[in-house]
Structures are given as C-alpha cells and as structure tokens.
Write a protein that binds this ligand. Structure first.
Ligand code: AP5
Length: 210
C-alpha cells in the first residue's frame, strides 16, 4: 500500500503514520524528520532548508523532490510506504504522478486551527528517533525521555506560537488545495481528527479498510 497523510501542522500525521506503519509493516517517510536530521547534521540539504523551516515556510519543491526520490529508491519501500507531510504542494503531487508513483489512498486529518494551537504548545519530540508525544494527551512514561530510544525529549523550535500561526497560514494556502487534487483522482479519505488518538486511529483504519 502506498499512502499519505494530509493535514495541518499538528493534525496528527506523524502520530497516525507510526501506528499504521506498525500495523502494515511498511516504512513511514517523513520529510519533516528527514529535513530536521539534515539541519542537525549541517548537510547541503539542511543548510538550504534551515531558514525556511525556522520561519514556518515551505522548503522549495526541488529540494523535497530530490530527497524523496532518493528515499523511495531504497529497498524497504518495495512493499509500500506511508508518506507523512509530503506532498505538500500541487507541484510535489504532480512530481509523484510524473514518476508513476500512484498513491492508493490519501488520508486528510481534519482539525480546526484553535485545537492545533493547543496541541502544538504541548508537543514534545525525540530528535534522535522522531517519536512524538504530548505533555497531557500522549506523555512518554517518565515525561522527559523517549520511550523508544531513551533520548531527552525537546520542544521543536517551530512550535513557538508565532511560527505555528505562519505554518497554519501556509497550510491553508499551499497544502489544502491538494484535497481537491486527490478528490479528483478518487483517492481522498477525510477523517475527523479532533478526537482522542485512539479514536482517530480507528477511523483511519476504517478509511484504509485494514
Ligand atoms: P513537518 O515535520 O512535516 O511538520 P508539520 O506538517 O507541520 O506537521 P507536524 O509534524 O508539526 O504535525 P503532525 O501532523 O505530524 O502531528 P503530530 O503527530 O506530531 O514539517 C516541518 C517543516 O519542514 C515544515 O514547516 C516545512 O518547513 C518543512 N517541510 C516538511 N515537509 C515538507 C514538504 N513536503 N515540502 C516543503 N517543506 C516541507 O501531533 C502533534 C501533537 O499533537 C503531538 O504532541 C501529538 O502527541 C498530539 N496529538 C496527535 N493526535 C492527537 C489527538 N487525536 N488528540 C490529542 N493530541 C494529539
């Protein structure tokens, strides 16, 4: 199965992608996590992406398509994959189509902007393995370290309230039009995602028929 999660920043794409990946035994490909690793390692891609990410803007399409091309060529993608946070513009979606990469399903997680702002202020992440928590809604066992790898949890720099506001504006302008794009291809499934993580997971599994 090849699928992607669409949704505003903080809608729960990474959280749900991790559960579906475990259930289906296929990898999750998060361009956000790949870019954060590149920024941390100060690679060429990281140096290009840093300022865009810090301001809440989108990294240019050619950079995203380059890293995605390289990642999708790896052996673990042969049985399928789950994209998290990509495509994020119509140009990125068209690039997938041009390469013959047809997504079987596009799940759009719907949460209103006020709920998103609350979620982002409580998010804590592990920069080592990419696991995501929330201080009240989904805490790690001890609240300070990652349950998966034991690294210290941190707040993402782009979760500052003013950056979240910019990211939401960018989402509505550049990414939301993808819903029409995929509705036109007949692959869009919409899931109400302003309920508990477990309830969203149930609705996602139902939408995917798994
Ligand atoms: P990226 O890392 O993709 O960030 P994002 O899309 O803004 O999404 P998030 O990771 O913030 O949220 P999410 O939907 O995964 O939510 P999560 O599961 O963590 O991108 C970062 C930046 O990189 C972009 O701004 C851009 O600059 C660049 N970039 C990346 N990809 C790009 C691309 N393709 N093109 C161009 N630029 C790109 O959940 C959020 C919080 O809520 C967590 O704390 C979680 O525990 C909690 N939560 C989740 N579900 C629920 C629930 N149902 N109830 C209560 N709490 C919940």
């Amino acid at each position: 199965m090849k699928l992607t999660f669409l949704g505003a920043p903080g809608a729960g794409k990474g959280t749900q992608a991790a559960v579906v990946a475990q259930k289906l035994g296929i990898p999750t490909i998060s361009t956000g996590n790949m870019l954060r690793e590149a920024v941390e390692a100060q690679t060429e891609v990281g140096l290009k992406a840093k300022a865009f990410m810090e301001s809440g803007g989108l990294v240019p399409d050619d950079v995203i398509i380059g890293i995605l091309d390289e990642r999708l060529r790896k052996d673990d993608c042969r049985k399928g994959f789950i994209l998290d946070g990509v495509p994020r513009t119509v140009a990125q979606a068209e690039a997938l189509e041009t390469r013959g990469i047809k997504l079987d399903c596009v799940v759009s997680l719907e949460v209103d902007d006020e709920d998103i702002k609350r979620r982002m202020s409580g998010r804590r992440v592990c920069l080592k393995c990419g696991a995501t928590y929330h201080v009240t809604d989904n805490p790690s066992k001890d609240g300070v370290t990652c349950d998966v790898c034991g690294d210290k949890l941190v707040q993402r720099a782009d979760d500052a309230p003013e950056t979240v506001a910019s990211r939401l504006a960018v989402y509505h302008e550049k990414t939301e039009p993808l819903k029409n794009f995929y509705a036109g291809l007949g692959t869009l499934k919409t899931v109400k995602a302003d309920v508990s993580i477990d309830e969203v997971t149930k609705a996602v599994f139902a939408a995917l028929g798994i």
